[in-house]
Design a protein around this ligand. Structure first.
Ligand code: DGY
Length: 320
C-alpha cells in the first residue's frame, strides 16, 4: 500500500506509517502541485495525506475515487467536498483536539499583542523611530474585566475563553450553532444572538469552521455594529471576514484593532496595507505551529491513513 503526503510533516508520523508497512512518498518540492498534477499523482497511490489547503473538490474526488482514505493534516476541512467524498465512500480524517491549546494560545497572543500595539511598536524600533520614553504616545487598552465574545464555541473557542477568564476575569459571551452547556456552567458563558455578540464584545474571537453559510459573515454591516473600542481576532479561517471591509472599519475607527493568523488569500501579499496599520497584528497561519502539537497532528493523521488502508474505521473521521 502506498500513501502520497503533499508536504513534509514531522518524522514521527512518517515512521508510524512505515512501521505499518506502508510505502510513503512525501512531496518535498517548495512548489505546490496544481490541481491536475495532484490528480495525476494521487491516481498512482492508495491513500493521500493532504497537508495545507489542497482543493479536494468534486472534480478531484471523481478522478481519484479509488483512494481508500484521505487524511487531512488539519482540523479544518472546508477545502474538501465532504458530501461528495461520502457519496463516493472515501473516508476523510482530520486532526481535532490535539491542536486546540496551541491555536487558542495564538488567539490569546494576538489579543494581547493588538491591545498593546506590539507589532507596530516593534517596527518603531526597527525604523529608528523610538526616541525615548513617551507617556502619551501609542497607548494600548487593558483587558481586565472586559467581555470576550466567541464566535464558534467548540474546543478551541473553549480553550480561548478559559484562558481569558483565568488571566483577566473576562466575561464570556458566545454565539454558536448549538448551546454549549458545559461552557455555560464552567465559564459562566452566556449564549447571545449574532447581533448581540457584535454589540457587546470588547474582544471578538473567531473559532468557527468555515462553511457556505458563514463566508464573510464579518463584513461591513457586522463591523458597523461593533464597539469602536473592540478588538477583532481571527485564528480560524480568513474567508470568515471580508478583508476590504475590515480595513475600512479599522480606518474609520468602527473597531479599535485586529489580530489575524489567517488571511484570504494565503499567503498574504507582503505589500498589503493591513500589515502596516498600527492596531493590526498579523501572523502567517501559525495557530498549531508548536513541535508538540505538530507531532500530535502527524501521529493522528498517520493513524487515519493506517486505519483507512486496513479498511477500518478512521479514529478521527469527518464523514457523517
Ligand atoms: C487546521 O488545522 O485547520 C489549521 O488551520 C491548519 O490547517
Amino acid at each position: 500500500m502506498k500513501v502520497f503526503v503533499t508536504k513534509a510533516i514531522p518524522e514521527v508520523g512518517i515512521n508510524l506509517m512505515k512501521e505499518a508497512g506502508i510505502e510513503v512518498t512525501v512531496h518535498v518540492d517548495d512548489r505546490p502541485l496544481h490541481s491536475e498534477e495532484m490528480i495525476a499523482v494521487c491516481q498512482q497511490y492508495d491513500a493521500m495525506m493532504s497537508v495545507g489547503f489542497n482543493k479536494i473538490d468534486a472534480h478531484f474526488l471523481e478522478r481519484c475515487r479509488h483512494l481508500k482514505v484521505i487524511s487531512l493534516f488539519a482540523v479544518g476541512y472546508d477545502n474538501v467536498d465532504i458530501p461528495m467524498a461520502t457519496q463516493l465512500k472515501i473516508p476523510v480524517g482530520n486532526t481535532p483536539d490535539v491542536l486546540s491549546r496551541a491555536t487558542a494560545d495564538t488567539a490569546f497572543l494576538l489579543m494581547l499583542a493588538v491591545s498593546r500595539k506590539a507589532f507596530y511598536n516593534y517596527r518603531k524600533i526597527l525604523d529608528g523611530k523610538w526616541k525615548g520614553f513617551e507617556p502619551v504616545a501609542d497607548l494600548g487598552i487593558e483587558l481586565y474585566g472586559k467581555t470576550l465574545g466567541i464566535f464558534g464555541l467548540g474546543k478551541i473557542g473553549f480553550e480561548m475563553a478559559q484562558k481569558c477568564k483565568a488571566a483577566y476575569g473576562m466575561n464570556i459571551i458566545y454565539h454558536n450553532r448549538n448551546r454549549n452547556l458545559h461552557a455555560e456552567e464552567v465559564l459562566e458563558a452566556r449564549y447571545v444572538s449574532y447581533d448581540e455578540l457584535l454589540a457587546e464584545s470588547d474582544v471578538l474571537s473567531l473559532h468557527a469552521n468555515l462553511s457556505e453559510s458563514n463566508k464573510e459573515i464579518f463584513n461591513k454591516g457586522a463591523f458597523a455594529k461593533m464597539k469602536p473600542t473592540a478588538i477583532f481576532i481571527n485564528t480560524a479561517r480568513g474567508a470568515l471576514h471580508n478583508e476590504a471591509d475590515l480595513k475600512e472599519a479599522l480606518e474609520k475607527g468602527l473597531i479599535w484593532g485586529a489580530g489575524l493568523d489567517v488571511t484570504n488569500p494565503e499567503p498574504m501579499d507582503p505589500s498589503n496595507p493591513l500589515l502596516m496599520m498600527p492596531n493590526v497584528c498579523i501572523l502567517p497561519h501559525i495557530g498549531s505551529a508548536t513541535q508538540e502539537t505538530r507531532d500530535g497532528m502527524a501521529i493522528m493523521a498517520a493513524k487515519n491513513v493506517i486505519a483507512g488502508l486496513k479498511g477500518e474505521k478512521l479514529p478521527t473521521i469527518v464523514n457523517p
